[in-house]
Ligand binder design. Structure first.
Ligand code: ADP
Length: 238
């Protein structure tokens, strides 16, 4: 479904990504981990079109997408959440969700509204549809961010540290939702997370890719990653 081929990106003298390749099959949940500054967000920004790679290719459903505008990439079926929730405080929950769904349903208000309500129901926020987002708790804002990504009818969703700062109970609930995205909605998931307990224990992750200093240092099933010395060193330091 997604093939990232030999992607490199420099910022000034910093090699944020160095010849990184990986692929994601349909219906997989793939985790992306690595210490701070290892290049995870840069990779998401490249896949979602926010920045252009210096070299390499991103192929989605057989088409090259690197360097395309974010809106075009989103319409092709890749949506994402952001670490810093991006919502408009003066609008209510449903309106914020519809901003995400409208472009995906040719601006048809009724269909986009149905899709938005369905997405809110999936994440458990339907009862809050008319609530101004300024009244939501942090955990609910994360759910809204996820609803916005779902309402845009994606084939692949990129989740950026969706667990950060949440309490364990909220993390468990989100973990169930991530499993459901794949198991019931057939949405493929590519997921950056620092909450390793969620990555290794709560979500049914198929594979984990590990970055360190812009290099891919490991890739494998969660239990293989846990036994990988290079990964342990990257996290614990030398
Ligand atoms: P991670 O998400 O793994 O924490 P990032 O992708 O945010 O890592 O960053 C990788 C490296 O690239 C870091 O050294 C960071 O400082 C640098 N970097 C990221 N974005 C920019 C930018 N827009 N300008 C300059 N340097 C950047």
């Amino acid at each position: 479904m997604l093939e990232i081929k030999n992607i490199s990106k420099n910022f000034g003298g910093i090699k944020a990504l160095n010849n990184v390749s990986l692929s994601i099959e349909k219906d997989e949940i793939v985790g992306l981990i690595g210490p701070n500054g290892s290049g995870k967000t840069t990779l998401f920004n490249i896949v979602s079109g926010l920045i252009k790679p210096d070299s390499g290719a991103v192929i989605f459903s057989g088409k090259r997408i690197e360097g395309l505008q974010p809106e075009v990439i989103s319409l092709s079926g890749i949506t994402r959440t952001f670490q810093e929730v991006r919502v408009i405080d003066s609008l209510n929950v449903l309106e914020n969700t519809m901003i995400a769904s409208l472009p995906h349903f040719k601006m048809n208000y009724h269909i986009a509204s149905d899709a938005a309500i369905e997405a809110l129901e999936i994440v458990g926020l339907k009862d809050r549809a008319q609530t101004p987002v300024s009244k939501l708790k942090d955990g609910e804002k994360r759910l809204l961010e996820l609803a916005r990504a779902i309402a845009a009818n994606p084939k692949l969703v990129l989740l950026d540290e969706i667990m950060a700062g949440l309490m364990e109970k909220e993390q468990s609930r989100l973990a169930n939702l991530i499993n459901m995205l794949r198991n019931e909605l057939e949405i493929t998931v590519f997921w950056i997370e620092h909450v390793l307990r969620a990555m290794f224990r709560l979500v049914e992750v198929d594979r984990i890719v590990v970055l360190n200093w812009g290099n891919k240092i490991a890739e494998g099933a969660p239990d293989e990653i846990l036994r990988n010395n290079e990964v342990i060193e990257a996290y614990l330091g030398k």
